[in-house]
Design a protein around this ligand. Structure first.
Ligand code: PLP
Length: 424
């Protein structure tokens, strides 16, 4: 598109600056930073409280109030095997946070080795992870915590750039892991294509034996509608390629039931599960099985889970609509930015023109709209093009989202027009 004349830009700048000052004068205090469920979403699961009605016995007679059951109750493993797309015997139910399971898996791999004796990452000079970008800051934080170097890999509309992933892995045996959020990726909302899933399943053939894909399917059932793109099963593909040990699958009910009092789970091959449970068994005698029983009684089965997720979609849909409609109305066709249109998950990923993300975030903050810091979606907080901004519409009310988006698009336009003027 052709850029407006200098005269037109000067006029636009002064109109936008006036609009921006008016927003500043409103004393707004809006927050679009984190992907937290709203109180209404949490309330969808209030029946968890009391669902046991004094019956603590699992289907096999286990008294869930007592110690034991490191891998989880059979009914919980059955239910969440479907979500993880693995066999029930490959499921471990953990505590309340899948991040803990991811951190623990990486820590155990570093300390003890993911494949038994001699495979510990700590014995090697460098440990590196591939990090599809934009990505999830807490994954990057785990790497930083363990001193793991991060290598960004671009995402395209089908998932990570697999030519680049395969090239890097072939060239560098110190790459021991790769983060993936395969369905409704954080923050782009992209669903990995079947072809990408199949190529990731084959990485175990070219990578070192102690390489693991960290397949964080945090948004496995978090579609905005039932026709949203499905995800192929990584474990099934791995089985076909003989690489089942190369992948660790993670998930949780943080955004299904209660974010702070849900269940986390992982799926892994028999060999990988044996390594994890051997060491996990030293940290606990068993997980909270009462919570597992509450969840299976409440969610019931795969269809019960999807019906429950329809309730979330009903609340999230209008919030995503407010974000996307505002961007369509105000930014489409201006050449001032591009964004994703997710069919699930918790985020919209917005790219400003290169160099402007920090300006947009700072302008928004000064007008009372808090956004995730620019750079947060990149390893080490460094977006080399300074353009990606993650918008999180789940928590505020639709009215607050609209108010925040009005400010956001004004800031995008103001920062862009000013940069065009500065270019002369
Ligand atoms: C990709 C991804 N993984 C994991 C989490 C956190 O999961 P949990 O609450 O199970 O630790 C989030 C939360 O936003 C996320 O976006």
């Amino acid at each position: 598109m052709t850029r407006p004349s200098r005269e037109a830009l000067v006029a636009q700048e002064s109109a936008l600056a006036a609009q921006y000052d008016a927003y500043r004068g409103k004393g707004l205090a809006l927050d679009m930073t984190r992907g937290k469920p709203s109180a209404s979403q949490l309330s969808l699961s209030d029946a968890l409280d009391g669902v046991l009605a004094g019956n603590y016995k699992a289907a096999d007679g286990t008294d869930t109030r007592n110690y034991g059951g490191l891998e989880g109750l059979p009914e919980a493993r059955d239910l969440f095997a479907g979500l993880l797309q693995v066999e029930p015997s490959e499921v471990l139910i953990g505590g309340n946070a899948s991040l803990t399971l991811m951190h623990t898996s990486a820590l155990f791999a570093w300390l003890y080795g993911p494949a038994g004796a001699g495979s510990a990452w700590r014995n090697e000079a460098d440990i590196k992870f591939l990090c599809p970008v934009p990505g999830y800051d807490r994954h990057f934080a785990i790497c930083e915590d363990l001193g793991i170097q991060m290598i960004p890999v671009a995402m395209n509309s089908e998932g990570p750039d697999m030519d680049e992933v395969e090239r890097l892995l072939t060239a560098d045996a110190s790459i021991k892991g790769m983060w993936c959020v395969p369905r409704f990726s954080n923050p782009s909302g992209i669903v990995y294509s079947d072809a990408v899933v199949d190529r990731i399943a084959q990485l175990g053939k070219i990578a070192a034996p102690n390489f693991r894909v960290f397949w964080d399917n945090a948004y496995a059932v978090h579609a905005l509608h039932r026709d949203a793109p499905a995800l192929a099963s990584i474990m099934e593909a791995c089985r076909e390629h003989g690489t089942a040990d190369s992948v660790l699958v993670f998930g949780s009910t943080s955004k299904i039931t209660f974010a702070g009092a849900g269940l986390a789970f992982m799926g892994a091959s028999k060999a990988n599960l044996a390594v994890i449970t051997r060491h996990l068994g030293k940290t606990t005698i068993g997980p909270d099985k009462v919570n597992q029983l509450r969840h299976t009684r409440f969610l019931k089965d795969a269809e019960g889970l999807l019906t429950h997720m329809d309730g979330h979609a009903k609340l999230l849909g209008p919030r995503f609509d407010a974000v996307l409609a505002t961007l369509d109305r105000e930014i489409a066709g201006t050449g001032m930015g591009t964004w994703t249109k997710p069919e699930g998950g918790y985020f919209v990923s917005f790219d400003t023109l290169p160099g402007l993300a920090t300006d947009v975030v700072a302008l928004s903050a000064a007008a009372g709209v808090k956004l995730t810091p620019a750079g947060a979606t990149w390893p080490y907080g460094k977006d080399p093009d300074n353009r990606n901004i993650r918008l999180a519409p789940s928590f505020p009310t639709p009215a607050d989202i609209q108010a925040a988006m009005d400010v956001f698009v004004c800031c995008v336009k103001l920062a862009t027009v000013r940069s065009w003027l500065a270019e002369g």
